[in-house]
Design a protein around this ligand. Structure first.
Ligand code: ZN
Length: 491
């Protein structure tokens, strides 16, 4: 017997209509009006919306960064995601220095062993040697159809233009998509030491070291190169007028270029958040940085008018007050890893976090907690304000992510034959964000104290209930790897 979602309003990227949805096994088998109960388990959805499970295509779970690891992993991070209505995500595998792409993949497959929600991988290429170029086609066959390259992080991840262009040519040839972190790393690498030498060491100077112009410049460069290579390009975490204009120009020229922004860029500013005293500004340090009220308006317009196709998070969370207990000794003895085991020993123990950058903004681990809050914040700020229709909300958070990254229509919509990833969304329920109640493993919330209207009340993945109110029903190992297809559409 199946599960019958009755009396709800089905919202897809194209429609919003009264319909009952029948799930049998792991998929949606029937959508219709007043379907008979027929012994199925009935979920009464009166007054609720049925949305496809959210897909967050930009996450960094258990990521090594600047002497520590991001807190949320494929266990805790998955639970947090599902409580926020997200049932699938794509994480970035990092090619290790001197290693192959498959070396990185082996590491990430191990990280994903406890998965509770479905997941896929992008490949972040950090060293594009000849042997690595030759390795790329085999990735596509394994369902990893997107390559990420960095135009930022000089001397760490940054690739030169020739490497980026070559990667675009190879990707285009094999039906893959290239993603770029677009900031001019050479300029940043010149500004940062100058700021530090002038005694400008507080968190807010992180933003000064990465001005919007260097994001706009790098975005334009990537957009033009993608146009020349005729390679589908997806610019991650776009934040400002300068880069949005570059993308808009490329799209107007017919280049196969797309972009995303992340939830935090709609709501946080340098002035109000990064400039907070007593190092509190470090909570908001990510790259590219949060910007201004003006840029927030630009981003809302860009998701409304179709310049941007996706809203994600770049979720990568760290303790604000980390580095507690004998972590130096542990790190040495365990080769830097095993932080979950370390923290399990004593409730007061914490791996290093944002405090690594006290007195030097360039050493603050980059990243924010957002995977749980994306859907509720975007609904509250976008749908309740009238900027986005519920259908456009679904398109930006669920459908376009699935289409662009080769998972549609298995994921990203509620249709006959699709995976039954279903969120029962109560548009009138209120949710107050707080580190005391959220499920992410970190000691602060970006939106602490803010109350949003509209939240998930039940969440299903492939027909299995994960969330019902405050209760968790997921199981480790139930999350599955999503094998993605090549030649996905350019939207
Ligand atoms: Zn990222």
């Amino acid at each position: 017997m199946g599960t019958l979602f009755k009396n709800g309003t089905l919202v897809t990227a194209s429609d919003m209509l009264r319909a009952d949805v029948l799930v049998e096994g792991e998929i949606v088998t029937l959508i219709g009006l007043d379907l008979p109960a027929d012994g199925h388990t009935v979920v009464d959805c009166t007054g609720k919306y049925l949305l496809p499970g959210g897909i967050d295509v930009h996450t960094h779970l258990d990521l090594p960064f600047g002497g520590t690891f991001s807190n949320d992993d494929f266990d805790v991070g998955h639970k947090a995601a599902a409580f926020g209505g997200t049932t699938a995500h794509i994480d970035f595998v990092i090619q290790p220095k001197g290693g192959s792409l498959h070396d990185g993949l082996a590491t990430w497959r191990k990280k994903a062993a406890p998965a509770q929600i479905d997941y896929a991988f992008h490949m972040a290429v950090t060293d594009l040697r000849q042997d690595v170029l030759e390795e790329i086609p085999s990735l596509a066959a394994e369902g990893i159809t997107s390559l990420k390259l960095f135009m930022a992080y000089k001397n760490v991840f940054q690739v030169d233009d020739k490497t980026l262009f070559r990667a675009m040519q190879v990707a285009a040839e094999h039906g893959m998509i290239v993603m770029v972190h677009a900031e001019n790393g050479d300029v940043e690498n010149t500004l940062t030491p100058a700021l530090l030498a002038a005694g400008k060491t507080e968190p807010k100077y992180h933003a000064a070291s990465r001005p919007p112009e260097i994001e706009g410049e790098a975005t334009n460069r990537a957009v033009v190169m993608a146009g020349l290579a005729n390679c589908p390009l997806y610019v991650v975490h776009m934040t400002c007028d300068e880069s949005i204009e570059a993308l808009r120009r490329g799209r107007a020229l017919g280049y196969p270029v797309m972009g995303e922004t992340c939830v935090q860029y709609f709501f946080l500013t340098v002035e109000e958040h990064m400039a907070q005293p007593d190092f509190h500004g470090s909570k908001y340090v990510c790259s590219p940085p949060i910007r201004t009220k003006h840029d927030q308006q630009v981003l809302w317009r860009a998701v409304k008018d179709g310049t941007l196709q996706v809203i994600s998070t770049d979720h990568c969370d760290f303790w604000f007050e980390g580095g507690k207990g004998p972590w130096q000794e542990w790190s040495k003895a365990h080769n830097g890893g095993d932080w979950v085991e370390y923290e399990a020993q004593d409730p007061s123990y914490r791996r290093p976090g944002k405090e690594l950058g006290l007195g030097n903004f360039s050493k603050i681990p980059n990243g924010l907690p957002a995977i749980e809050d994306r859907m509720m914040m975007v609904w509250d700020g976008g749908v309740n304000s009238g900027i986005l229709t519920p259908s456009r909300f679904v398109e930006l958070n669920c459908t376009n992510p699935a289409k662009i990254f080769g998972m549609y229509p298995k994921k990203g919509t509620i249709a006959v034959g699709s995976d039954a990833d279903i969120v029962v969304w109560d548009p009138n329920a209120k949710h107050t964000f707080s580190a005391k109640t959220h499920h992410m493993r970190t000691d602060y919330n970006l939106f602490e104290g803010h109350t949003a209207t509209g939240k998930p009340v039940m969440v299903y993945q492939r027909g299995n209930k994960l969330v019902d109110g405050d209760q968790w029903f997921g199981k480790n190992g139930n999350g599955q790897f999503i094998k993605r297809s090549t030649h996905a559409p350019v939207l």
